[in-house]
Design a protein around this ligand. Sequence first.
Ligand code: PLP
Length: 457
Amino acid sequence: MSVSTVAADQTVCRDSSGALPVLGRDVTVPLVTGGEVTYAALDYAASAPALQRVWDDVAAYAPYYGSVHRGAGYLSQLSTDLFENARRTVEEFLDCRAGDQVVFTRSTTDSLNLLAAALPADCQVFVFETEHHASLLPWRDARVTYLNAPRTPGEAVDTLERALAARDPYGPALVCVTGASNVTGELWPVRELAAAAHAHGARIVLDAAQLAPHHPVSVQDLDVDWVAFSGHKLYAPFGSGVLAGRADWLREAEPYLAGGGASRRVTRREDGGVDVEWHDSAARHEAGSPNVIGAYSIASACKALTEEGFDRIVAREQHLIRTVRAGLAEVPEVRVLSLFGDDAPRVGVISFVVEGWNSSHFAAALSAEYGIGVRDGLFCAHPLVRTLLGSAPEAQGECGAPEAAPGEKSLNAIRVSFGAGTPDEHVERFVRAVRELVRDGARWQYRTEGGRCVPAV
Ligand SMILES: Cc1ncc(COP(=O)(O)O)c(C=O)c1O
């Protein structure tokens, strides 16, 4: 048995609309109105289904599962090889620089918290208020400047330039920015923001949680210092994430977790204490037994997306985006949320509100009456969604609240999101469902349970 023979046979069978095969594509769910339909998973921005290929690779490896970096046995060595090879695959996927480190974490949130814990002393951090909470919150112990929401990509660059020009020019600084918004799907001008950061002696970390599943991400081309993303949004839902980028801050920082795996040598001192020599490599921040299946599944997804080709993935997704946006544009009661306007380049993440509807009610009806899974709420980006909705900071949407009276502002939004595994039929059904719900109303009664709208019976 060798590493190369562990991977499953790779024959890609797309559906007739070109979607990549994912788990759950044949799952049916009951409708309150009777009967069953194939589940339309349109919440990829939260978690995307596993690619069939990822699942097959994991299943092929599972019998050979063993401890990583610990055992002398054959399967331990095989697992260690797979884990380290996964690191190299991610390195290639992200087009890292020589000397960059790839650290396996639990998620994007974990990756950004790891970087926050590795900031040099007195580091200033700059982050737009529009970020997902995973990018907005980890820096609170640093000297953080929150930047106001820009209304164009150019304004984002100008805002950052101004803030950096006013900073203490001698200390270290970090900019944290998302590649694609988890609310609007809009792409941020990452390359230009990176150039601005570097011109002012700052570094930049890219939150690629929503970008990496939809677009190629090249560390070198974008010239970012670090990239963070999550496996479960990249069709590899096995509990792993990645922080990749410059080694120096990571090498100089205290280990994120203290324990075995991170330590090279531990000795008792004469005074009774303990001295530790930590690893300089990525292992420094990976203490404990690593999630080899998580890392392996991320590598499998990276390979599958690369082999499929992002040109094809992007082209297909743009077709789905056009279908959804054109469908929503035909319903005057629907308002799509946008920071940068209709022409902004975007990925398959679209949030909207429906006049006269509570968003939770609308999402519940999509699920119960059409078998469509979307998300409603503020999407862990409270400041951004409130800015887009124009609602007060203390406002909190609630199912059944009379927020949806015509002319009133919604307090929550609905988000539909999709990707490489989404068949055309799912987005077509979604567009039809929106049209019918707005025109005819819900066919069922709903009530509030635990803060969520659910079918009354
Ligand atoms: C833009 C963005 N960043 C970070 C995260 C956090 O990802 P995770 O929950 O996998 O840590 C998300 C999750 O939705 C996201 O959309």
